[in-house]
Design a protein around this ligand. Structure first.
Ligand code: GSH
Length: 269
């Protein structure tokens, strides 16, 4: 069976899970918390697959797919494309045109890191929230270790992801600018490219998710905290984005196009 190594609540990881779930592909998920994920990635890949740092991540980034035939893919777009090539029924392929891949790359570079930064800035200082995230996303021993090491991990993430008030202000402005650009494109339309669901829609909904905080019931495949549980700034951002046409568009995609999780969430949600 395929194995997917994830930082389970992460939006880049949700891309890979969504593709697998959409086409009802059987797989196992190995869920990790940030930084611990490096152990999972090294153990699962043992040097296999193309490891590349990019604008969003290090060379140990997740998701990693270790397929049943030995293929090892270490990038969400490569995984979504592989799943589509292998499992999409005719007419439901996720990359019908080159424009889809181009848009996916833009969203990966220009939206994903900014929504992630806001989520970490608003969440990392809340010890209770970090505990909840760990307990709902990874097995108990790992969660306990993560909670114990949180102050140190928090410092590393703050440095690694440049979590400062100034960078957060820039990220917020970037998020709204990207949504300003996307909204004319989706006005009166159901999908970003053409007249059916593609990897561009999938990528857009996932890259926006850290600001929307979709619940498992709304279709998200990991556990993100509900609006009433997060810092006021995070709840305000979530409400603002949810009220925008782009936010409503993304939530509809989760509701209508996500498909059901093929592996039960761990621990059960
Ligand atoms: N290009 C990568 C980016 C993935 C990414 O940024 N993953 C994050 C999770 S939010 C990660 O694993 N970060 C840890 C790291 O880079 O080591 C992809 O699309 O798969």
């Amino acid at each position: 069976m395929h194995r997917l190594v994830t930082i389970r609540f992460s939006h880049y990881n949700e891309k890979a899970r969504w593709a697998l779930d959409r086409f009802r592909v059987a797989y196992r998920e190995s869920p990790w918390m940030p930084l611990f994920h490096m152990l999972g990635v090294v153990a699962a890949t043992r040097g296999r697959g193309e490891a590349r740092a990019d604008r969003a991540s290090s060379r140990f980034s997740t998701p990693v797919l270790v397929a049943d035939d030995g293929t090892v893919l270490r990038d969400s777009a490569a995984i979504v494309r592989w799943v589509s090539d292998r499992y999409a029924p005719p007419g439901e392929e996720l990359y019908p045109t080159a424009e889809v891949g181009e848009l996916e790359t833009r969203l990966h570079d220009d939206l994903g890191p900014h929504t992630r930064r806001c989520a970490y800035v608003y969440g990392l200082e809340d010890v209770g929230l970090v505990r909840e995230l760990a307990r709902r996303n990874v097995p108990r021993l790992q969660a306990t270790l993560f909670i114990a090491l949180r102050p140190m991990i928090g410092r590393l993430l703050t440095k690694g992801l440049d979590l400062t008030p100034e960078s957060t202000r820039r990220s917020l402005a970037t998020i709204h600018r990207v949504l300003d650009e996307i909204e004319p494109r989706i006005a009166g339309r159901r999908f970003l490219v053409g007249d059916r669901f593609t990897a561009a829609d999938l990528a857009f909904a996932c890259m926006l998710a850290p600001t929307l905080l979709p619940s498992p019931n709304e279709g998200y495949g990991g556990y993100l905290p509900p609006l009433e549980r997060v810092a006021p700034a995070a709840a305000t951002l979530a409400r603002e984005v949810r009220e925008r046409p782009a936010g409503r568009f993304a939530l509809r995609l989760f509701a209508e196009e996500r498909g059901e999780r093929q592996v039960p969430a761990f621990p059960p949600l």
